[in-house]
Design a protein around this ligand. Structure first.
Ligand code: NAP
Length: 257
C-alpha cells in the first residue's frame, strides 16, 4: 500500500466528510483534520470499511498557532501528496448585526487557515513525485453579495490565492485546483437559507456526494476551476457584475428578513 497521504480539513460533516469517503473509496490514505473530537470515530469507520491507513487530528483551525503546529506534526510523520482545504464557514446577515467574532471566524477559517495550511505543507507537497492542492471556494466568490459581504469576499480571496499558486507552481509536481460549489444542504442553517431563496436557491443545489465525486475526479485530472454546475456558472457570467450583485443581493435580502 502507498505510504502517501491526503490531508482533508473539516471532515466531521458536510462536504469534508463526503470528500473523505470519496478518497477512501479510491484507496487513498487519509489524514483527517477536524475541530470535532468525534473525528476519531470517522477514522475508525474509514479504516474498517475501506482498509486504508488513516489518522485523525483535532485542531481549531481558527487559531494560527494550532494550524502551524498541526502542519509541523504532519510533516514530521507523513508524506503528503494531496491537501484539500475544505474547512470554511459563512452565512447571511445584515452587516451592522454581524458581531465581530462571527466576522473574525469567517476570515480566520476561510482565509488564514487556507493560506497557513498550504504554507505549512508546501515543501512536503513539492517533495512528492506528483501532488495536488484543492481549495474549496464557492460560486459566491464571483459576485460581491450584500447581506453576505465578508463570506463572498473571503471566497474571492480563496479563488485568487489558488490561481496565483497554480501559476507559481507550473512546471513542478504540484497541481493546484479551486472548487466553486453552489448550494449544498449541509447543515440546518444552509438548508433553511436554500429553502427561503426558493427557485434561485435550488438553481445550483447539489448533494455533497455529487460535489465530492466531481471535485476529486477533476482534481486528479489537474483541472484549474472545478465547477459543479457549469451551466449556472457561465449563465451568471453573462450578466454584468453590477447587475449580478443587485439581483443576488435582492434574493439574499429576502432570506435575512
Ligand atoms: N453548504 C454550502 O451551501 C456551501 C456552498 C459553497 C461552498 N461551501 C464551502 O464548502 C466547504 C464545506 O462547507 P459545509 O457546508 O460542508 O460545512 P458546514 O456544514 O457549514 O461546516 C463547517 C465546516 O467548517 C469546519 N469548521 C468549523 N469550525 C472549525 C474550526 N474551528 N476548525 C476547523 N474546522 C472548522 C467544519 O469541520 P469540522 O466540524 O470537522 O471542524 C466543517 O467542515 C466550506 O469551505 C464552505 O464555505 C459550502
Amino acid at each position: 500500500m502507498s505510504e502517501e497521504f491526503a490531508v482533508v480539513t473539516g471532515v466531521s460533516r458536510g462536504l469534508g466528510r463526503a470528500l473523505a469517503f470519496e478518497l477512501a473509496q479510491r484507496h487513498i490514505n487519509l489524514l483527517l483534520v477536524s475541530s470535532n473530537p468525534e473525528v476519531e470515530k470517522l477514522k475508525d469507520e474509514l479504516i474498517s470499511q475501506f482498509s486504508i491507513q488513516a489518522h485523525s487530528f483535532v485542531a481549531d483551525m481558527t487559531n494560527a498557532d494550532e494550524v502551524m503546529a498541526l502542519t509541523e506534526s504532519i510533516n514530521a510523520q507523513y508524506k503528503v501528496f494531496m491537501l484539500i482545504n475544505n474547512s470554511g464557514i459563512g452565512g447571511s446577515c445584515a452587516f451592522e448585526k454581524a458581531d465581530s467574532t462571527y466576522i473574525q471566524r469567517i476570515l480566520q477559517l476561510n482565509v488564514m487557515a487556507t493560506s497557513l495550511m498550504t504554507k505549512g505543507l508546501i515543501d512536503n507537497l513539492l517533495s512528492q513525485p506528483k501532488s495536488y492542492l484543492l481549495n474549496v471556494a464557492s460560486m459566491a466568490a464571483v459576485t460581491p453579495i450584500a447581506f453576505k459581504t465578508v463570506y463572498p469576499a473571503s471566497k474571492a480571496f480563496v479563488v485568487d490565492f489558488s490561481l496565483a499558486l497554480r501559476q507559481e507552481y507550473r512546471g513542478t509536481p504540484l497541481s493546484v485546483s479551486v472548487a466553486l460549489p453552489g448550494a449544498m444542504a449541509t447543515n440546518p442553517d444552509a438548508t433553511a437559507r436554500i429553502q427561503r431563496q426558493g427557485f434561485f436557491g435550488k438553481l445550483t443545489l447539489a448533494s455533497v456526494e455529487q460535489v465530492a465525486a466531481k471535485c476529486v475526479r477533476q482534481l486528479l485530472r489537474g483541472k484549474r476551476l472545478i465547477l459543479i454546475n457549469p451551466i449556472a456558472y457561465y449563465t451568471s457570467m453573462l450578466i454584468p457584475s453590477a447587475l449580478r450583485t443587485k439581483l443576488i443581493s435582492r434574493v439574499v435580502k429576502r432570506e435575512v428578513q
